[in-house]
Design a protein around this ligand. Structure first.
Ligand code: SF4
Length: 694
């Protein structure tokens, strides 16, 4: 132990076979990978380093970063991508660990503002009949009752309130409608209280969205948290770039205009009734937004590229005219508010908000600045977006310069040129940055993650999963299947999935790369198993991801016990974060190698940017993206040491092409077969395993 620091020695002791963790949990087993990761975190914390750790499934990465973070005595921000992990850290892992370690540490949970009851907006919703339906009126009555007793105002704690309830936007604030210190409820505001607690705690659990909001004073109204912490730990860091790009882009949606129209109506009727025809003004704003939406193709739900003066499929002249109509409406409503500005703080705030929306419209009437990409997303409303291609520049500035607040000006992209005059001359001390996830790349430098995040100089560590994949899993790449571009391919995948599910009695997750394949395979399986009470077919969209996951989890017991096995056909978001340990999930069937869609505007822009640098988009972007997504999809299969199962990848490019072989190398090292018939006896044996016997 020569050269070991005090912190390292303490951390090692906690993970020893007879250490504190083993004392608290009889199932605890020391894992070399977990200790290796914990010691790397110690070093990063002591030397204020940037560290990227890919920790395979089963390493126990949460405790590997929490133990050193807690024992270091530093003030730490832990950020997750999902609310599920955020709640699990705050509600389960952290309290358990704080108790085990016996150290007095104050922890706090901070969510986005849309999670907290806004007392001001609740009052507005109550006093004016602006709610969309009767169910919302009834729900509001319940919320008002609950509001008397809640300590946190966190709506997730309110029993019986559906997180998709249409009431929620009326009783929560956003950065546009929050009155801040002008608000009559400022002193008792739940959001402000949560922020104060976060500022006072030693460990604060946030999510990536909030992290980006906190970076920008203009976005959040406060950029207080980051400058006060010694270390930031990102779990589920693989989502950081996507969240950052999304957040730091400029968005303009028809929904924002319609919300503003509603708020004009509510504020006008509550605080200045009779001063103007508020209904007519609100209708004017709303109509301008709806007219803009009508220019876009009706049934499109995809991203529309935007390289000319208007989004693809939209006439340039009509687009300009609809935008100008929005501008005129915003100006007219803003003028109507002039005489009543002093009657309530809502009016100046609304005026500012309308001017912000108008500036955005003006921005979108100008060509995009170099390095930024634009597109439109159309569903029942329309959203137009301009975003950077990645967050490299931002993170480099945060890490290298340690600057706390980054304002994102409306007129010049990000405004984070290191030569900027506003780069502070006396910098705050640098802090530790830790990024971790089970999947961060397909090469040793984890360039899939580090390049777009500007972390190519960071220290990189890969910790292998402790699972014995050769014994626990089998990989089948069927030899005799049609190539993936063949029209027969999807039907053949459906037939194969049917055979696997039949042999296992369900317990099968089918992951598709397109919604078309999702639909076709879902229909095939529903038909094939119609009337079979022992097996139920679920298709993405028949419930939330969490609901589907919970139902699927119940399928690993005996049918005699009354529980059917499940087959779930899903796409996109189910390739990651679908966590079903045990025998309820014994097969994952993947239809094709998950390359990014080449005609997606962001994908096109990233390819063009690489080409401009003399690089090869297929090698440097498409392959790493597909390899990481494939690794994530395959990672659904084996979730713990006792799990066993088969992975079927119905795409022969995996074995017949050079790039396929490099993707294969990124997959867990399982035994391999090339024909389903060779696998059937193994499937029969798997079927005998019961979740209740584990
Ligand atoms: S300060 Fe903002 S979030 Fe808090 S009650 Fe007032 S408007 Fe709502």
């Amino acid at each position: 132990m020569t050269g070991m620091t005090g912190l390292e020695a303490m951390v090692r002791a906690v993970f020893e076979p007879d250490g504190m963790l083993s004392g608290a949990d009889p199932h605890y087993k020391p894992r070399a990978g977990q200790i290796e990761m914990a010691l790397a975190i110690c070093e990063a914390l002591q030397h204020k380093q940037a560290l990227v750790v890919e920790a395979g499934t089963g390493v126990g990465k949460t405790f590997a970063y929490l133990v050193p973070a807690l024992l270091s005595g530093q003030r730490v921000l832990v950020s997750t991508a999902t609310k599920t992990l955020q709640d699990q850290l705050y509600g389960r892992d952290l309290p358990r660990l704080v108790q085990t370690l016996g150290i007095p540490v104050q922890i706090a949970l901070l969510k986005g503002r849309a999670n907290y009851l806004c007392l001001h907006r609740m009052e507005l919703a109550r006093s004016e009949a602006i709610l969309p339906d009767r169910a919302s009126v009834r729900a509001l009555a319940k919320v008002e009752k609950w509001a008397h007793g809640t300590r946190t105002g966190d709506l997730a704690e309110m029993p019986g309130l559906d997180e998709r309830s249409p009431l929620i936007p009326f009783i929560t604030s956003n950065r546009d409608n929050c009155l801040g210190s002008e608000c009559a409820h400022f002193k008792t505001c739940h959001l402000m209280a949560a922020r104060r607690q976060a500022l006072a705690a030693e460990v604060v659990v946030i999510n990536h969205h909030l992290f980006f909001a906190d970076l920008s004073v203009r976005q959040s109204g406060m950029a207080e948290l980051l400058p006060t912490v010694d270390a930031v730990i990102f779990d589920e860091a693989h989502q950081l770039n996507a969240t950052g790009v999304n957040f730091l882009g400029q968005n303009l949606s028809s929904a924002q205009w319609i919300d503003a129209a509603r708020d004009v109506l509510a504020a006008g009727l509550t605080h200045a009734r009779g001063a103007s025809d508020w209904s007519a003004l609100a209708a004017l704003l709303e109509k301008s937004a709806r007219d803009l939406r009508l220019l876009f193709p009706r049934e499109s739900s995809n991203r529309l590229a935007w390289v000319q003066e208007a989004p693809q499929g939209v006439d340039g002249i009509e687009f300009r005219s609809a935008c100008e109509q929005c501008l005129a409406a915003a100006r007219q409503v803003s003028q109507a508010m002039e005489p009543v500005l002093d009657s309530a703080p809502d009016f100046p705030r609304l005026q500012e908000r309308l001017m912000d929306l108008a500036s955005l419209v003006e921005r979108f009437l100008q060509p995009a600045a170099p390095g930024l990409v634009r597109w439109a997303e159309v569903n029942s409303g329309v959203r137009i977006i301009e975003s950077p291609l990645d967050i490299a520049e931002l993170f480099q500035k945060q890490i290298l310069w340690g600057q706390a607040a980054v304002d994102v000006p409306l007129d010049t992209g990000w405004g984070i040129d290191p030569d900027d005059q506003d780069t502070p001359t006396s910098l705050p001390p640098a802090r530790t940055w830790i990024f971790t996830s089970a999947t961060l790349g397909n090469d040793d430098s984890l360039s899939w993650f580090t390049e777009p995040c500007g972390l190519t100089q960071a220290r990189v560590l890969r910790v292998q999963s402790p699972f014995d994949y050769k014994k626990q899993g089998v990989l089948l790449v069927p030899r005799d299947m049609a190539p993936p571009q063949d029209p027969q391919h999807t039907e053949q995948v459906a037939e194969l999935a049917e055979q696997v599910a039949r042999a296992l009695g369900g317990r099968t997750l089918v992951l598709t790369t397109t919604l078309r394949a999702l639909k076709q395979i879902g229909e095939h399986l529903k038909q094939a198993f119609e009337g079979d009470a022992s097996l139920e077919v679920l298709v993405q969209g028949e419930g939330s991801k969490r609901e589907l996951m919970e139902r699927f989890q119940q399928g690993g017991g005996t049918y005699q016990g009354g529980q059917a096995g499940f087959v779930l056909v899903a796409s996109a978001s189910f390739w990651e974060g679908f966590d079903v340990p045990g025998h309820a999930l014994q097969a994952v069937v993947i239809d094709k190698l998950p390359f990014p869609p080449p005609n997606d505007p962001l994908v096109e822009a990233r390819s063009a940017a690489l080409q401009a640098k003399g690089r090869k988009p297929f090698m440097d972007y498409f392959i790493p993206e597909a390899a990481v997504a494939l690794k994530q999809g395959a990672g659904r299969l084996i979730r713990r040491e006792t799990d066993k199962g088969v992975l079927v990848v119905c795409d022969s490019r995996l074995i017949h092409t050079g790039y396929g072989k490099s993707m294969m190398a990124a997959l867990p090292d399982m035994s391999r077969v090339s024909d389903l018939s060779l696998l059937l006896p193994a499937l029969q044996r798997l079927r005998q395993l019961r979740t209740d016997s584990v």
